[in-house]
Design a protein around this ligand. Structure first.
Ligand code: SF4
Length: 365
């Protein structure tokens, strides 16, 4: 503590110390000290040191933010302050310290960050999957190196490759129990690349959002998309893309890009903690495929279905789109997307070539 007071007094001699309600400065007649509940003037250095020793939470808080975190990375500093709500005007340092002793939790995508107090006001951070808030740490695999997050972010629960790092299929079963601020941000950035800088730029009003038309226009070989989708109701196609891929159920980012500078999409961008500033490669790749599909001319087919069969086809599309097929139990034959019911439908309605109701896809006449 004495070292922290030394550093603070030294800093006050050079400049005004002002942080989170603590204010110390030198004047001709000595030092001035202010906290939200006290102000003292004309203090000698010895008296100032003496008084500061009664304000250890303010002193260690100042030391942590000024020396341990510092200003070298404004985005890291802003993120760590956001984690513990340090910029909330209505919370004093002692109240925040009380909250930190219990642990302050913040969600970042599917990550749960818990900030706690270490020695002498240093902060420690735990990181785990948000769905495992209540699991015992002993039940989880423990990691300490930020780069370990790379492997954890690569595959989902079933071991399938995750093409979208911000997809809502982050696997659990792990914990980083004790990170410092620098390693916390590095680990978070490994799970969700560029999420902290983009979040910071957005707060600063400098996030450079690139809208659909601009991004697609830059893609080699994507001219056909612009041609096909920007004509007439192209805007509607892009709504469908955003609804399919960018919805909160599919991606933890908050979509900030729109159709173009002047035209917002009709679908909501979501509530994610951090923004998405441009259509990602998954969306671009999907759009390439959909462009080809959307280029086809509609045809009229005639199928004979019972009302239940029509509803069952709709239920199957819904279940696949919402990734619920695994949740539908084999015994649950009331579910349209139940496997046995789907097999029954196929046995009844498909011919040997896999045509629904025996109707060929191409007109054979
Ligand atoms: S474009 Fe959509 S799916 Fe891709 S990262 Fe952004 S919000 Fe997520």
């Amino acid at each position: 503590m004495a070292d922290y007071i030394d550093a603070l007094v030294e800093a006050a001699e050079d400049d005004v110390v002002s942080l989170d309600g603590l204010y110390v400065t030198t004047r001709d007649n000595g030092y001035r000290l202010e906290t939200p509940d006290k102000s003292r003037d004309s203090l000698s250095e010895a008296t100032l040191r003496d008084v500061l020793s009664d304000y250890d939470e303010y002193v260690t808080n100042w030391y942590f933010w000024s020396r341990a975190v510092g200003e070298s990375s404004p985005q890291r500093r802003a993120f760590l302050r956001w984690v513990e709500g340090a910029d909330a005007e209505d919370q004093s340092v002692p109240a925040r310290y009380d909250a930190l002793r219990d642990g302050i939790e913040r969600e970042w995508g599917q990550l749960l960050v818990t900030a706690t107090l270490g020695d002498d006001g240093q902060r420690r951070y735990e990181l785990r999957h948000v769905d495992e808030a209540d699991r015992e740490g002993d039940d989880l695999d423990t990691y300490h190196e930020p780069l370990a997050a790379r492997q954890l972010a690569t595959y989902d629960e079933k071991g399938r490759y995750r093409p979208l790092k911000s997809g809502t299929n982050l696997a659990g079963g792990w914990v980083f129990p004790d990170l410092d601020g620098r390693d916390l941000v590095e680990t978070v950035e490994t799970f969700y690349p560029a999420s902290v800088p983009n979040w910071y730029r957005e707060r600063e009003g400098t996030l450079d959002v690139e809208h659909w038309v601009d991004t697609i226009g830059r893609q080699t070989g994507m001219y056909s998309v612009v041609e096909t989708w920007n004509r007439g109701d192209g805007h509607e196609h892009v709504n469908w893309v955003a609804e399919s891929c960018c919805d909160d159920s599919q991606c933890v980012k908050r979509r900030e890009w729109q159709y173009d500078d002047e035209t917002d999409l009709d679908v909501d961008g979501g509530d994610g903690a951090f923004p998405c500033r441009e259509p990602c490669s998954l969306v671009i790749a999907a759009s390439r495929k959909w462009t080809r599909l959307e280029g086809e001319n509609a045809q009229t087919y005639e199928f004979e279905l019972t009302p239940s069969e029509k509803e069952q086809l709709e239920a199957i599309v819904d279940a696949v789109a919402d990734d619920r097929t695994d949740e539908i139990r084999e015994a649950d034959v009331y579910e349209g997307a139940n496997r046995y019911r789907a097999r029954f439908l196929r046995a009844k309605l498909f011919d040997d070539d896999g045509n629904l109701c025996g109707v060929p896809t191409e007109d054979e006449s």
